[in-house]
Ligand binder design. Structure first.
Ligand SMILES: O=C(O)CCC(=O)C(=O)O
Ligand SMILES: [Fe+2]
Length: 307
């Protein structure tokens, strides 16, 4: 029986059926039987891309994270980190998204030191929309300072990494101090941009208060609910304001040395809408904050397969 070569249009039609069937049915079904050692070391975040995962090239050169103006390379922890021994206390506020409150995340001495090294370095804060950076005091009015990586900063980088369980592919961004004078604020925003599928995104945020000599300046999360216990009123605003209105959601009071930690991304890599937050205006005095952002960037895929 003679077989004729299939026509090009027939092959294309087969492919149109086969490719989705492979991606959505065969590949997920076969994957448990053919685990791939490289992908099994990946904790999460790649799942949305796993159907096209062929081979991960984990060589550091492919991470493109050597730019130390953005990322703090994991290049050694100083001996005897100050403040570490004093310990911090952690309180669970929300499970999904994960929101934790950390008392004494930095000691008073560390906070003072960080404020000290930030002086003379402040420039107006910018906002970033995922594409361009601009100064817009109607949205964000504060100054920020990129901190030199001295021993205190390196110890804090290590504390942030340790806190998050030394998660693979997580990189601590260079740290910025942020200073708000009277009327300084940061309108509601997300710290994540939704760019994980394009390479990386901010998995988590530590918002640390370094200086609290101010009125106002609370950190507001309008989409998070007030937790039950009255104990939270030490850290959260429970009182009505002068107009007798309770603010939407929850508002953390600036308390020197304490930190709010939250995860910005869901396990599938998409951003949590509940992490929408703002720095309410400082009405008098000065508030100083410290942003410790953790950048999650899985290694680039090596589609070629060869090394
Ligand atoms: O200062 C605050 O309370 C929040 C700051 C903030 O959200 C940010 O810098 O992204
Ligand atoms: Fe923020």
């Amino acid at each position: 029986m003679a077989y004729s070569t299939p026509k090009l249009s027939t092959i294309i039609t087969w492919l149109l059926y086969f490719v989705p069937v492979y991606i959505f049915v065969l590949d997920p079904l076969l994957r448990p039987y053919f685990p791939d050692s490289a992908s099994s070391s990946l904790s999460w975040g790649e799942d949305q891309d796993r159907h096209v995962l062929e081979e991960w090239d984990t060589s550091p050169s492919t991470l493109h994270l050597t730019d130390d103006s953005f990322i703090s390379p994991d290049d050694g922890v100083p001996d005897n980190c100050p403040g570490e021994a004093e310990g911090y206390r952690v309180h669970l506020l929300s499970q999904a998204p994960l929101v934790l409150y950390i008392e004494n995340f930095v000691s008073a001495a560390e906070a003072d030191h960080l404020v000290e090294i930030s002086l003379n370095k402040y420039t107006p804060s910018i906002i970033y929309n995922g594409k361009t950076q601009q100064i817009d005091p109607s949205k964000r009015l504060s100054d920020r300072a990129l901190l030199d990586r001295d021993d205190t900063v390196r110890c804090l980088e290590n504390r942030a990494r340790t806190f998050q369980g030394w998660r693979p592919h997580l990189y601590i961004e260079r740290m910025w101090a942020q200073r708000y004078n009277a009327s300084g604020h940061y309108r509601h925003h997300y710290d994540w941009t939704g760019s994980l599928a394009r390479g990386g995104d901010r998995l988590s945020t530590f918002m640390v208060y370094l200086g609290d000599e101010c009125e106002g300046g609370g950190t507001n999360f309008p989409r998070l609910g007030m937790p039950g216990g009255r104990e939270w009123c030490r850290f959260l605003e429970c009182e009505e304001d002068e107009q007798g209105t309770v603010k939407e959601g929850i508002t953390f009071k600036p308390i020197k040395g304490n930190a709010i930690f939250w995860e910005n991304l869901r396990p599938d890599g998409t951003g949590y809408p509940e992490t929408w937050h703002a720095a309410y205006p400082v009405t008098s005095g000065t508030k100083v904050g410290l942003n410790i952002w953790s950048w999650y960037q899985p290694p680039k895929r090596n589609r070629g397969g060869g090394r």
